[in-house]
Design a protein around this ligand. Structure first.
Ligand code: NAD
Length: 452
């Protein structure tokens, strides 16, 4: 497989025309050319800049396509509209998996049986020692699934306590201590087998240990499969602030095995579903309609599997283009400014709510702010709010919590100046980044949500 990203910068007058042109040629590019898919993303900061993202079966297919009459025709039509020369990034990363949904620029994301995929990965590498990070739940439910590796030599299991409350420096110290005691060296591997807490913290520990050792993500919750394991964000909570210490670093591979979801409680499935809804809102109406109308309790398992792949793909495409969140990756923060603040508030009150529940709340609250600002139509807001209210329990924020929540919003990592920054929805499939939201708008949104 080969990924190809092309950055195209257009003169003002050709922006609209290019969008329309792209829609008409898209299916022709993917028909009979060996192009698996091609998508278009407009730079959120600069409407003149577009990125085309395409996935090709092989370099040969891409070459063949470049030699077609069709390519020469569209290329000559498009290139006169540029204000700058296109920039191209290509990676040829071979994945032996047939059903790989996304082949990210930095590392493959593999779908399938984790036992088989992990075994295959290890056969091709010579690690001095291998560590598996688990919590009490993933030790119980997930560790037995990767059985082939457990029989190997030099395998060490590191167990920590589950939950966001333990995603902190104390637990990191326990992990580092065990790595040192078991003589982990630069040539060791850490496998993070668990949800987003294990993935974020294990990845962080691996990336700091001896200035960085290899790590694998094997996400075992829906949330970590569709979101936390993709995109290389690692970190821990500190001084009551979520994910405030951390870094960007990609794992060697992500292995997504949907069978792990069989043992996951419904509330955790619902929590992960919030990030899928967020991806759908970022992507388009079609994807949103598929997810929003589903009754999660009776959702068909196959339907969920397809949606997981689609969700991973939506995120992977965005982070491939903007890995360090300078630009369009900020779209993925939809619902997270208020979501994180609400999550932090309840965590500090020792009444933690699940990350996805907080994100679902944040999506509605921030959509309410988008209506207050005249960015979003009220009918679309109501559609989003009603769909989310059908799935999630109501969260009431006490009036005396408003100041604390605002304080957490000011501490959000996304803020660039002293203002509160959020990504706001303009329409389904259209997200505006770097929007300043005021204390008054946040309070008003929360008070309205408390009432209905
Ligand atoms: P989690 O890691 O706390 O897991 C939820 C619970 O499910 C835990 O009790 C865990 O032990 C249990 N569990 C895990 N897999 C199981 C299985 N297969 N069967 C039964 N129980 C299982 O929570 P989460 O929702 O996976 O992740 C939330 C974390 O992810 C937050 O810390 C959030 O900040 C982070 N996150 C990170 C990113 C990112 O880009 N890095 C994105 C979104 C969220």
């Amino acid at each position: 497989m080969i990924n190809r990203i092309v950055k195209l910068t257009f003169k003002d007058e050709y922006i609209q025309a290019f969008k329309i042109h792209f829609e008409t040629v898209k299916s022709k590019i993917t028909n009979n050319t060996g192009c698996e898919k091609v998508t278009l993303l407009q730079d959120a900061n600069n409407p003149n800049v577009f990125f085309t993202y395409s996935l090709w079966l092989s370099e040969k297919h891409l070459d063949n396509y470049r030699n077609t009459e069709f390519f020469n025709k569209i290329w000559s039509k498009v290139k006169i509209n540029f204000s700058e020369k296109p920039q191209v990034w290509t990676t040829s990363k071979i994945s032996s998996q047939d059903n790989t949904p996304s082949n990210s620029l930095e590392h493959p994301i593999l779908f399938g049986n984790s036992d088989t995929l992990l075994n295959k990965f290890l056969q091709n590498k010579l690690y001095a020692s291998v560590f598996i990070l688990v919590d009490e739940n993933t030790e119980n439910f997930c560790l037995p699934v990767i059985k082939q590796i457990l029989n190997k030599k030099n395998i060490n299991v590191i167990k920590i306590n589950s939950g966001e409350i333990n995603k902190n420096l104390n637990t990191c110290q326990q992990i580092w201590k065990q790595l040192i005691e078991a003589k982990a060296n630069r040539n060791s591997l850490l496998i993070n087998l668990g949800g987003g807490v294990i993935g974020d913290m294990g990845g962080f520990c691996a990336s700091c240990y001896k200035r960085g050792i290899d790590f694998l993500q094997i996400p075992t919750t829906l949330l970590s499969q569709v979101d936390a394991s993709v995109g290389g964000k690692l970190g821990i909570d500190f001084m009551g602030l979520k994910n405030v210490i951390g870094q960007f670093k990609n794992p060697q591979t992500v292995i997504i095995d949907p069978n792990f979801l069989n043992t996951l409680p419904f509330e955790e499935i619902r929590s992960g579903y919030a990030e899928m809804l967020k991806h759908a809102l970022i992507h388009n109406k079609n994807t949103w309609n598929k997810l929003a109308i589903s009754n999660l309790k009776t959702i068909n398992y196959n339907q969920l599997l397809n949606s997981i792949k689609e969700s991973v793909q939506i995120k992977a495409e965005i982070v491939d283009i903007d890995p360090f969140e300078k630009n369009i990756r900020k779209k993925l923060n939809l619902g997270h400014t208020i979501g994180h603040a609400v999550e932090t508030y309840f965590l500090n009150k020792d009444k933690p709510i699940l990350h996805g529940e907080a994100v679902a709340y944040g999506i509605v609250a921030e959509a309410n702010i988008a209506v207050q600002k005249g960015i979003l139509h009220k009918e679309v807001y109501l559609e989003i709010k009603n769909s989310i209210n059908n799935i999630y329990d109501k969260i009431i924020i006490p009036n005396n919590a408003l100041e604390e929540i605002i304080h957490h919003c000011y501490n959000d990592k996304k803020n660039e100046k002293k203002e509160i920054n959020a990504s706001l929805i303009k329409d389904i499939g259209e997200i505006l980044i770097n929007q300043i939201i005021s204390e008054k708008e946040i309070k008003s949104a929360i008070l309205q949500l408390n009432e209905n």
